[in-house]
Design a protein around this ligand. Structure first.
Ligand code: SF4
Length: 434
């Protein structure tokens, strides 16, 4: 269901199976070159592939020439209402122009912009916003907002095709997550052009990130969407970029930098894990390689849960342990855990991505782990594993009964009992830190 067509925004391919591109938008006054360029460099460093700048005035269109020349990533000029500014943006060399044909002053003005875009080979992002649908769709918007959005987008696509222009991507913006999902699912089936996804005015860093992760994540998991922008109410546009990357990394659509895995903690925790995880996350930002780093709050599970992690730490009251791929490397005092973890990671890179193991230190760590491990504890991880095994057993028995295959019913093993909170041996139990 990914788009068939591909366009290029500067050197960045969009659609047609290209990696999903990360976009953001500067929050500065565009004509303030120093502030705008500083923000563009910051978002590029954070991983933005493409950046959009607002062009509401003549001086912003004028500033575009310098911005395009100096930017490390392609620039999209964001135009509303004024088709003259769209023409100026194309002439200034913008790598793409975003406009909503419905608010640019009529089909003749759209045609004028398209003619110049063709001449310069400039792609457009065309689209519709739930807040500004054409008048003739107002009743439909009231009755069926999803159909109204899709109809408006299809009308825009038809206008582009009538003007013999196909160098564009489409966006449909809504503040509603369900409407964003439903409308993009419908549109993706109807047109071959790349789709730009976003939940418009999503909100603050916390709620906006969650809304975007749910809305965009659902569509991306379906294979829909070629570029994404996370709209957050913050001046720091790089935060939008970081959230976009986390969504793409979570879905394994793209890789960038380390993946941090951390347990949720529980009553067995015996050290300040919040501070440790924050510090590990902060220091990992300096690394580009997609290594997996795990932080476990205690050693009661052994390190089985993090067997796949390239590096990890597990803490306890006074001592903690550093491990790699499920094998202990060394034990260290808890307050040195983070520093020692990064020493091991740096040694690994210095040795050409080979884990450096001191056998004596590893043996000490193994002994410490054996002392601290407790395979009688029903930890959250063990309960989850037991539930999964129980569900699998029950499913196998059910399948065998339905198919009529397998041994006579009296010889069949009883399905493993699913865990019941009420009868669980740990119901209501409280764990002491002493
Ligand atoms: S039992 Fe699991 S969740 Fe609880 S602190 Fe240990 S590793 Fe973390």
């Amino acid at each position: 269901m990914a788009s068939e067509r591909q366009i290029h925004v500067g050197p960045v391919p969009v659609g047609g199976g290209a990696p999903v591109a990360v976009q953001t938008m500067t929050k500065t006054e565009t004509a303030n070159l120093q502030a705008t360029m500083a923000q563009i460099r910051t978002v590029a460093e954070a991983g933005a592939d493409i950046v959009r700048v607002a062009v509401p005035r003549e001086q912003d269109a004028e500033a575009l020439k310098t911005i395009v020349a100096e930017s490390p990533i392609p620039i999209i000029a964001d135009i509303h209402f004024n088709h003259t500014l769209a023409l100026k943006a194309i002439e200034a060399g913008a790598h793409c122009v975003r406009l909503n044909p419905g608010n640019i002053g009529g089909p003749e003005k759209v045609a004028e912009v398209i003619a110049l875009a063709k001449l310069h080979g400039t792609p457009l992002r065309v689209g519709v916003n739930s807040g500004s649908l054409p008048k003739h769709l107002r009743q439909l918007e009231y009755d069926n907002p999803v159909e109204a959005l899709v109809t408006a987008a299809l009308e825009t696509v038809e206008l582009m095709e009538r003007l013999d222009f196909t160098n564009f991507k489409v966006s449909m913006k809504s503040t509603s997550v369900p409407n964003t999902i439903a409308s993009n699912r419908m549109l993706a089936k109807r047109i071959p052009y790349p789709l730009h996804l976003g939940v418009t005015e999503a909100g603050t860093k916390w709620s906006g990130s969650l809304k975007s992760a749910v809305g965009l994540g659902t569509l991306l998991a379906d294979g829909i969407g070629d570029t994404i922008r996370i709209s957050l109410s913050t001046f720091h546009a790089e935060e939008e970029v970081k959230v976009a990357w986390e969504i793409l990394k979570a879905l394994k659509l793209r890789e960038r930098g380390p993946d941090l895995i951390a347990c949720p903690t529980c009553g067995r925790l015996q050290f300040d894990m919040d501070t440790v995880v924050s510090e590990v996350e902060r220091r990992l930002e300096a690394y580009e390689d997609p290594i997996e780093v795990s932080v476990l709050g205690c050693a009661v599970n052994g390190i089985g849960e993090a067997r796949h992690a390239d590096f990890g730490i597990t803490g306890a009251k006074d001592m903690g342990m550093i491990y790699s791929k499920g094998e202990p490397l060394k034990k260290v005092p808890t307050e040195q855990l983070v520093d020692e973890l990064f020493k091991e990671i740096d040694r690994y890179y210095a040795a050409g991505k080979t884990v450096q193991r001191d056998e004596l230190a590893a043996a000490e760590a193994r002994a410490w782990l054996a002392e601290n491990e407790d395979d009688t504890q029903l930890t959250p991880e063990r309960i989850a594993a037991m539930e999964a095994a129980a569900a699998e057993d029950a499913e196998t028995v059910l399948e065998s009964m339905l198919s009529g295959a397998g041994p006579p019913i009296e010889d069949r093993p009883a399905p493993a009992a699913a865990l019941d909170e009420e009868v669980s041996p740990v119901a209501g139990r409280r764990f002491s830190r002493n």
